[in-house]
Design a protein around this ligand. Structure first.
Ligand code: AMP
Length: 193
């Protein structure tokens, strides 16, 4: 992957189950790569907090652990990736989560002459995921909601592993380590010391 960071920017997707530490890693990694971290979960939570039309639409869906529909997500991501700060690259956390979303992302990038550089898969055993997420203690972090989000991850999101692997973009990172070690593993992919 040498050259990704040298080119001044990187277009990266963080993939992995809820609770794997993608958000934490995104915050650190975006500094190193010099690109914005874009978390669709954070964007939706902000919309809910603002009481916007989008927020009112997704509030109940998020509270139950279900996925927001692909059409709504396409609009959210298309608008966000059109902003000037994403022109040189981005670190996507929480999108895509379904195969249609992966196709949407590819289409958005293709239309503007861009493509993904890498998809980092952060994996952690399921019981550790539940333990971590319960510790985080957010409103949408009740155990039955966490289990539902894990179920949806396995059903809808895990197929993206094969999708990106076939396209030569997948890099696997062992997420069952300290935050620092996971960060080091990710930076190794980009050869950023
Ligand atoms: P996250 O913080 O990434 O776990 O997202 C929190 C919640 O926002 C999810 O449980 C979904 O309800 C919703 N959400 C975030 N990103 C997506 C997405 N790409 N597709 C569908 N729903 C999403």
């Amino acid at each position: 992957m040498a050259g990704v960071a040298e080119n001044g920017g990187a277009r990266v997707v963080l993939l992995g189950p809820p609770g794997a530490g993608k958000g934490t890693q995104a915050q650190v990694l975006c500094e190193h790569l010099g690109v914005p971290a874009i978390s669709t979960g954070d964007m939706l939570r902000e919309a809910v907090a603002d009481g916007s039309e989008l927020g009112r639409k997704v509030q109940g869906i998020m509270a139950s652990g279900a996925l927001v529909d692909d059409g709504t997500m396409a609009q959210v991501v298309r608008e966000r990736l059109a902003k000037p700060d994403a022109a040189q690259g981005f670190l996507l956390d929480g999108y895509p989560r379904t195969l249609p979303q992966a196709e949407t992302l590819a289409g958005i990038l293709r239309a503007t002459g861009r493509k993904l550089d890498a998809v980092l898969l952060v994996d952690v055993p399921e019981e550790e995921l539940v333990r971590r997420t319960l510790l985080r203690g957010r409103g949408d972090d009740k155990e039955e909601v966490i289990r539902e989000r894990l179920r949806l991850y396995r059903e809808k999101t895990a197929p993206l592993i094969g999708y990106y692997s076939e396209r030569g973009l997948l890099r696997e990172i062992d997420g069952n380590r300290s935050v620092e070690d996971v960060t080091a593993g990710m930076l190794g992919v980009f050869e950023v010391a």
